[in-house]
Design a protein around this ligand. Sequence first.
Ligand code: SAH
Length: 232
Amino acid sequence: MTIEARKIRLIMQLRRAGISDTEVLSALERIPREAFVPKSFLDQAYENKALPIGQGQTLSQPQVVAIMTQGLKVQKRQKVLEIGTGSGYQAAILSRLCRRVYTIERYRELLEVAEKRFIDLRLHNITTRLGDGWKGWPEQAPFDRIIVTAAPPSIPGKLVDQLGEGGLLVLPVGRSSHDQELLRITRHDDGSLSEESLGLVRFVPLVRGLPDDESGGAGTRAPIAAVNGGGR
Ligand code: SAH
């Protein structure tokens, strides 16, 4: 089966699963998922399943990407924050639906590969940052929409704080070894918050802080590489 035929089959599956937003479906059609999966999984790029992306992390199942994106109700002129860049696939989908995507990842290796994909695909409205997503991106707040693609045990207050009036936050909440609840938090114009469930999902945990080898910052990385003979 050709890639094009597999893609059409996947879009049909998503429609049957209740994805009806035509903007979301067309973004899923236009962004090549095969550009975001490891070479050894290329033949599975349009299967409706999660795939490994390195560092023990996963690229979410297309259906979950679709449900979260549809649930986020993104509009053309909006500014969106994503926590957990991973492969960059979710950010790429969002970039077709809004004005600008800000995305944060804690693994430098994943972020660098994702950045290269954005350049190759000419997705110029995505801004990336290496950092701890628990803190959000205060310098760029408020955001119209925030999406978290890893599961915290409870809702991170700083992310709610960075949501603008009328803003929506979509995130999985719960312990990592269990099913988690996909929640949508709304910040109403009067400042009050409400919450609704979009179903059960399974995500990798939203971890606190940066990996040990990143926390020293860029200044300490070069000497370590030199001691090891420069190989990385
Ligand atoms: N949106 C991604 C899915 C990535 S899986 C995609 O489309 O491929 C979740 C990602 O969240 C992983 O890459 C993981 O490293 C990252 N992550 C986990 N905790 C984090 C934190 N505190 N800050 C930033 N990123 C985090």
